[in-house]
Ligand binder design. Structure first.
Ligand code: NAI
Length: 469
């Protein structure tokens, strides 16, 4: 097996950035270059004051630890490819917006163009590692492209090494992963390439946590893991609807269910719905794959996980309207949180976007506060969510502010859309004093102290809690 001394990572996003920065930190003997076509993103990674382009707890410390030592960020994709022995392809794979499989299939053109670039510029043999989440058998297409375009004397070995980090806890997840999964062809060359990558991870990951499997198993495992995680959320959200209708309490139910060691306590939190760039996209990928394999029942089964999530968001919006005396037209609502979950600035598929779109369609006024999301990002997301409304008209109804207290002032209702810790620590008495009465709070994340809020005078609605307490 080749001993890896230079790594290139194509794609400096939420996955490529943290993942390869941690490799650099843990493997001082390996030179790691992370490249991207996006100059602004690379400039941010290189910024002298470590103003890196993504918010992730602990990330800046990792970058400080090795940037300029054995970690480099660059837009010179070709040079980094040429120098590397091992190349991670960590580009985005969004859901296709048009053409065959639109709305379901993964758009693989970024993966393909990165692969073609590798084939075009490589002058020596490379191990190419598929890090992006891709449908089953994408590695095969990559291999075909590489082999069809390789120069004499250059061989390419393909590995699948999906990433299981969760945004918000990425650095901890990378430092101590539950497992690292490496898929390869079961040929001698495939096994050798797998051994080379295993040696990189073995610098800090215990060997028993490095699983080696076939290429297709590895690709399918990533889709399966996300589908099963999302399925737990949709299951608990489906139960939360029953709780609200009966007076049961989803926290009590989920807690008691999770005590069963066969089920376990994690990922059993009801909420306004899951978001993030991955769950929906990857399940739709699985649905598309199942349909292409003529397995319509399997497709329908997984599709329901996404449908339940849409239902949960719609149900929450409806609760807000119903509770505010069946109309929110002209009313003022504060939405606390815009990121898809706490401890990230990422807003992709955030439930907050859907809620705000629903409120705007009722012509309510919305004031938004999020501690980490940039204002420009919020405007972009709202414009995408309301494509037929000019941004100027959206801006007449939406205000973005810089503190929770400011957001809540003189509002009729407060909606918690993201579980930021600071929302628990708000001075709720002050908020109450400055609100229009009756004052409503809708906790879409089950983070607030309901008893205390009720004592202050709020009317509180929590996901998964009936009124008949
Ligand atoms: P991202 O959009 O943050 O980053 C992708 C980067 O690739 C962008 O900066 C883009 O400019 C760059 N890029 C695209 N084509 C390129 C090319 N040909 N050459 C050079 N750079 C190019 O995406 P993110 O979130 O990092 O996701 C990457 C992959 O990892 C996706 O397949 C995703 O499904 C998967 N994944 C994401 C996780 C997450 O939490 N965000 C977790 C696990 C996997």
């Amino acid at each position: 097996p080749v001993k890896v001394s230079k790594i290139c990572c194509i794609g400096a996003g939420y996955v490529g950035g943290p993942t390869c920065a941690v490799i650099a930190l843990k493997c001082p003997h390996i030179q790691v270059t992370i490249v991207d076509l996006n100059q602004a993103r690379i400039d941010a990674w290189n910024s002298p004051d470590f103003n890196v382009p993504i918010y992730e707890p602990g990330l800046v410390d990792v970058i400080r630890g090795c940037r300029g030592r054995n970690l480099f960020f660059s837009t010179d994709v070709d040079k980094a490819i040429q120098e590397a022995d091992l190349i991670f392809v960590s580009v985005n794979t969004p859901t296709k917006k048009s053409g065959v499989g639109a709305g379901f299939a993964a758009d693989l053109h970024y993966v393909e163009s990165a692969t073609r670039r590798i084939a075009a510029v490589a002058t020596s043999s490379k191990i190419v590692v598929e890090k992006s989440t891709v449908p089953c058998r994408t590695a095969e297409s990559m291999r075909t492209i590489l082999e069809a375009n390789s120069k004499p004397g250059c061989r390419f070995d393909l590995l699948s090494n999906p990433e299981f980090l969760a945004e918000g806890t990425a650095i901890n997840d990378l430092f101590a992963p539950d497992r690292v999964l490496i898929g390869s062809l079961q040929t001698q060359e495939g096994k050798d390439a797998c051994a080379s990558l295993t040696e990189v991870y073995a610098n800090w990951v215990p060997r028993e946590r490095i699983l080696t499997v076939g290429l297709w198993s590895s690709e399918l495992t990533k889709l399966a893991a996300n589908a099963m995680l999302a399925q737990r959320i949709s299951s608990v959200n489906a139960l939360s609807a029953i709780c609200e209708a009966t007076g049961a309490n989803i926290e009590e139910v989920a807690n008691a269910v999770g005590f069963d060691s066969r089920i376990g306590p994690k990922f059993l939190r009801a909420s306004v719905g899951f978001g993030g760039s991955c769950f929906q996209k990857d399940i739709l990928n699985l649905v598309y794959l199942s349909e292409s394999l003529h397995l319509p029942e399997v497709a329908a089964y997984w599709r329901q996980v996404v449908e339940m999530n849409e239902y949960q968001k719609a149900r929450f919006s409806k609760t807000v309207v119903d509770t505010l005396f069946n109309t929110i037209t002209g009313k003022h609502i504060a939405v606390l949180g815009f990121a898809f979950k706490a401890d990230t600035g990422d807003t992709r598929e955030s439930a907050a976007i859907t809620l705000i779109r629903d409120f705007l369609s009722e012509r309510a006024y919305v004031t938004i506060y999020d501690p980490k999301v940039e204002e420009a990002q919020i405007w972009q997301d709202l414009q995408e969510a309301c494509p037929t409304t000019p941004l100027d008209s959206i801006k007449k109804y939406v205000t973005i502010v810089h503190s929770a207290l400011e957001a809540c002032k003189q509002k009729e209702a407060i909606v918690i859309a993201t579980e930021w810790k600071e929302f628990k620590e708000i001075n709720w008495q002050t908020v109450y004093d400055q609100m229009t009465k009756p004052a409503f709070v809708f906790d879409g994340r089950m983070i607030l102290d309901v008893v205390q809020l009720k004592k202050i005078g709020f009317t509180v609605k929590v996901i998964g809690r009936g009124d008949r307490l």
